[in-house]
Design a protein. Structure first.
Length: 80
């Protein structure tokens, strides 16, 4: 499969990360990523996303913020 554009590279990204592509396609993708700063940054962000999500889910909301949010939502429900 040719990798002639950023769109081609992004469409193949999941297969690339899952190791499902043949060596010729992997080589073309890596060549594209190496020469295309936006795609290289997208790849870095895509790889970092699962870890960032785990970190965000592990963070505890401060109690004062939770209380404020709960009050706001209850007030909004009463108005509707």
């Amino acid at each position: 499969m040719p990798v002639d554009s950023c769109k081609d590279a992004i469409e193949l990204l999941l297969g690339y990360l899952d190791g499902e592509l043949g060596p010729d396609v992997v080589s073309k993708l890596e060549q594209h990523f190496g020469g295309c700063a936006p795609c290289e940054e997208f790849l870095k962000a895509y790889r970092a996303t699962p870890q960032l999500c785990k970190k965000a889910l592990a963070a505890k909301m401060p109690q004062a913020m939770a209380d404020s949010l709960t009050g706001f939502l209850r007030g909004a429900l009463k108005k509707s």
